[in-house]
Design a protein around this ligand. Structure first.
Ligand SMILES: Nc1ncnc2c1ncn2[C@@H]1O[C@H](COP(=O)(O)OP(=O)(O)O)[C@@H](O)[C@H]1O
Ligand SMILES: [Mg+2]
Length: 241
């Protein structure tokens, strides 16, 4: 079996009286693609922010290991330096710059100029953004911008990619493209994709972890998980199932 790239041990995060993440033991292996789903308020984004360092963890929050290294208490920039690419729900593109420039600036952080040029061209090809390379990101449609954000993430060739709701506001053929691009990214990296859109999650066709009230409700292959009675119950009223 491949080695674990993420391991959490009794990961817990409380906000006042709310336990957003409750003793979660989660393992992701090298080159694995995993979907993380659950109804609104289940704790997905909080869990995600514990992995990225957006919530800096203390001892009472449990432990996070990346490639066996204890990163509990690490800051986001330290996590990124380990080779983790992060796309949060908050856009991180620079609207006043072109697609090329946005991706190049990201590539440049880990490459010299010449290598950044080359990397940028490869990313544009990989994400089928070549035709849009000179467009100002601020003038692009929302779905296209989401893809540019993926470009910014992959430009640093992370071995682990964490995506929070990459399909938010994306429709139809754009969703299919996004699924293809995520599968392509998965040829090189392990990924965690947080989403509550069941249609999108089905298309990704990867193992699923279901969060409910801060805990893992069930984990496994998509067919098993998506037809599970408990999963359907927690999604009742959420329409997404
Ligand atoms: N910064 C915060 N302060 C207080 N409560 C929060 C905060 N972030 C999340 N919560 C609460 O924690 C629970 C989990 O939220 P969240 O992780 O955003 O869920 P999800 O992403 O699955 O919708 C919810 O009850 C939410 O209201
Ligand atoms: Mg969320």
């Amino acid at each position: 079996m491949r080695e674990a790239i993420i391991e959490t041990r009794d990961l817990t995060m409380r906000f006042g009286g709310v336990t957003a993440v409750n003793n979660v033991n989660f393992t992701l292996r090298e080159r694995e693609l995993r979907c993380l789903i659950g109804p609104n308020g289940a704790g997905k984004s909080t869990f995600f922010k514990c992995l990225t360092g957006q919530y800096v963890l203390r001892h009472e929050n449990g432990r996070v290991y990346l490639r066996g290294q204890d990163v509990t208490g690490w800051q986001p920039y330290e996590i990124v330096r380990l080779g983790v690419g992060i796309k949060t729900q908050v856009p991180s593109v620079m609207n006043g710059l072109s697609v090329y420039e946005n991706i190049w600036l990201s590539a440049r952080k880990v490459n010299n100029r010449r290598a950044a040029d080359k990397e940028t061209r490869q990313v544009l090809e990989q994400l089928e953004l070549g035709d849009l390379s000179r467009r100002l990101v601020g003038e692009m449609a929302h779905g296209e911008r989401q893809i540019v954000e993926l470009g910014i993430v992959v430009a640093q060739r992370p071995q682990l990619v964490l995506l929070d709701e990459p399909a938010a506001g994306i429709t139809g053929s754009e969703t299919e493209k996004l699924v293809t691009l995520i599968h392509r990214m998965n040829e090189e990296a392990a990924l965690v994709v947080v989403d509550h859109d069941m249609q999108f999650v089905r298309m990704l066709n990867a193992d699923i972890t279901v969060f409910h009230q801060g805990s893992v409700l069930i984990e496994g292959a998509p067919d098993t998980v998506l037809s599970d009675k408990k999963v359907r119950e927690v999604y009742v009223g959420n329409r997404a199932a």
